[in-house]
Design a protein around this ligand. Structure first.
Ligand SMILES: [Mg+2]
Length: 146
């Protein structure tokens, strides 16, 4: 079966980490974009179609939670996985209450990341499929009225 790449946006202020993870995700067949701050993340989302954002919690300036709030507000269908260091798991839980799909503890284990990414992508696809079905049945009912 041909794998359809997940469009991932990786957001972290640690450039080495972003580069390393981007490479691994690309090797796994995903389509990866990178951003190094919350602002840059939102700018990228304006011009690029993204399925899943992998979002660092601790970033200078606009932090992960603030960025998450904006993503949820502007792009409710995009799934977000939070990246957290030891000691900020409470913030990760807060993120999930705000609608993040899941969280990963840094340094992220790649197998774990890959599994969560797959699950997030699946949820987004199923959600979009339900929206399409609802739209189609609404259109059918409307045309039946004529
Ligand atoms: Mg950081």
């Amino acid at each position: 079966m041909i794998k359809i790449p997940t469009k991932v946006l990786l957001v972290d202020d640690e450039k080495d980490f972003v580069e390393m993870l981007s490479l691994r995700l690309q090797e796994a067949g995903e389509k990866v974009s990178a951003a190094y701050s919350g602002r840059e993340c939102l700018e990228t989302l304006e011009k690029t179609r993204i399925d899943v954002v992998i979002l660092d919690i601790k970033m200078p300036g606009m932090d992960g939670i603030e960025t998450l709030r904006e993503i949820r507000k502007r792009y409710p269908l995009i799934e977000v996985i939070m990246l957290t260091g030891h000691g900020s798991t409470e913030t990760a839980v807060e993120g999930m209450k705000l609608g993040a799909f899941d969280y990963l503890l840094k340094p992220a284990d790649f197998e774990d990341l890959d599994a969560k990414l797959e699950a997030a992508r699946k949820r987004k696809d199923e959600h979009e499929e339900r929206i399409r079905k609802a739209e189609a049945s609404f259109l059918l009912r409307k045309s039946g009225d004529i």
